[in-house]
Design a protein around this ligand. Structure first.
Ligand SMILES: [Zn+2]
Length: 151
């Protein structure tokens, strides 16, 4: 009796029409997918949104809605933005580490050329180079945010 209905129509307890907007993107074998999206956006809004899109973009939009809804269910405050912040922090940490390592390499190279240089100069060179590298990271992070249009 229930066979043939998509997850949305099954959940909403209605007949699944042959041209049901949900049917291709919310199959009956994955009811949680529709439940999450419905809980966050509402079935009516999701239906309207999908209807407004060209057919070839609907599957991707449904995947995106599901992903964002899942993130919002797991993290009601930040949703998927929390994930974006976390990844940006990881990128920033990695860039800082890279800058530090590049500065160390530069100092070691310069001392390989001039082995008579004193330890004091080495530390001073290292700090100067590290500051330059960190400035580069700061500029890079700023330009990334400016070009992405995010935040
Ligand atoms: Zn349906």
């Amino acid at each position: 009796m229930n066979s043939g209905r998509c997850a949305a129509c099954r959940y909403l307890r209605r007949r699944c029409a042959p041209d049901c907007i949900f049917s291709p993107y919310f199959p009956s074998n994955n009811p949680q997918r529709f439940v999450s999206v419905h809980r966050i956006y509402g079935a009516s809004n999701v239906g309207k949104l999908l209807q407004q899109l060209p057919t070839h973009l609907r599957a991707e939009a449904a995947d995106s809605l599901y992903f964002e809804a899942q993130c919002r269910v797991e993290d009601p405050i930040y949703g998927c933005v929390g994930l974006v912040f976390l990844l940006q922090q990881q990128i920033h940490d990695a860039e800082s580490q890279l800058a530090k390592t590049l500065a160390e390499v530069a100092v070691l190279k310069s001392h390989a050329k001039h082995p008579q240089a004193q330890q004091f100069e080495a530390e001073s060179d290292f700090n100067n180079l590290l500051q330059k590298q960190l400035d580069n990271v700061a500029n890079l992070s700023f330009s990334n945010q400016a070009t992405s249009g995010f935040m």
